[in-house]
Design a protein around this ligand. Structure first.
Ligand code: CDP
Length: 224
């Protein structure tokens, strides 16, 4: 059987989509594209320019006009990719807590989604791609050959995100992370436009009792 040409991985915050996607893409020699970084980049640019994330019109105009370049990682500092806007590398800025706190609000705007999804679709249709997000199997690339929906309890996901931050030598509060994960789940899954949900033909994996390696082995076997 031929390998799937387009693979999508959707699921809630911190469910392990990015590490799974990156590993699969490396093994298959495919492009890894984490679409969340585009929503994060727009959110960071709004905050940095002193804009208001509640100003739907202003945020949408920014999303329609900004060119976000997502490239293979140029540094081995734990990043999955470089996020470049103009000449600026904003990779780590997009991971700041204020971005976490506001990104779901920005991602709920219809115009923002349309602007970013059309760029994502154009890249995805080239094939040989593992694309990760919330709506990739449902809206951006419904024709994908293999769709995974990766889930886990909010506690488990918050624990993993907390461990990641501590491993980077930064400080974090587990309770705040858990509250943030729950808030994003709520906004992402109840928004009117392309909410977070599994595609009807997606394979749903709950990783509460599986470690990253077991999830990877399972999906890798599905691909082959
Ligand atoms: O890595 P994590 O799961 O924390 O988040 P992310 O994948 O970087 O996505 C950040 C936010 O962007 C999500 O909470 C969604 O609000 C939004 N997003 C989206 O709406 N659609 C996508 N395809 C990807 C991300």
């Amino acid at each position: 059987m031929p390998l799937p040409n387009i693979l999508t991985i959707d699921g809630p915050a911190a469910s392990g989509k990015s590490s799974l996607g990156r590993r699969l893409a490396d093994a298959l020699g495919y492009l890894f594209f984490d679409t969340g970084v585009m929503y994060r980049a727009v959110t960071w640019l709004v905050l940095k320019s002193g804009g208001d994330v509640n100003d739907e019109f202003g945020v949408t105009v920014l999303a329609e006009n900004v060119l976000i370049d997502v490239r293979p990682p140029s540094k081995a500092d734990g990043r999955a990719c470089d996020v470049i806007v103009g000449r600026n590398d904003i990779t780590w800025e997009t991971r700041r807590p204020e971005v976490d706190a506001n990104v779901s609000q920005v991602s709920a705007y219809k115009g923002v989604r349309e602007a970013l999804a059309s760029q994502q679709r154009r890249i995805g249709l080239r094939g040989r791609v593992v694309m990760v997000g919330r709506d990739i199997g449902t809206v951006v690339l419904p024709e994908a050959d293999l769709k995974i929906y990766l889930d886990a309890s909010a506690e488990q996901r918050a624990r993993r995100r907390y461990d990641e931050i501590i491993a980077r030598g930064e400080e974090a509060s587990f309770d705040e992370i858990l509250a943030g994960v729950r808030m994003r789940d709520e906004i992402d899954s109840t928004r009117a436009f392309s909410p977070l949900k599994a595609a009807e033909d997606a394979i749903i994996i709950n990783s509460d009792r599986l470690d990253a390696d077991e999830v990877y082995q399972y999906v890798e076997a599905l691909c082959r």
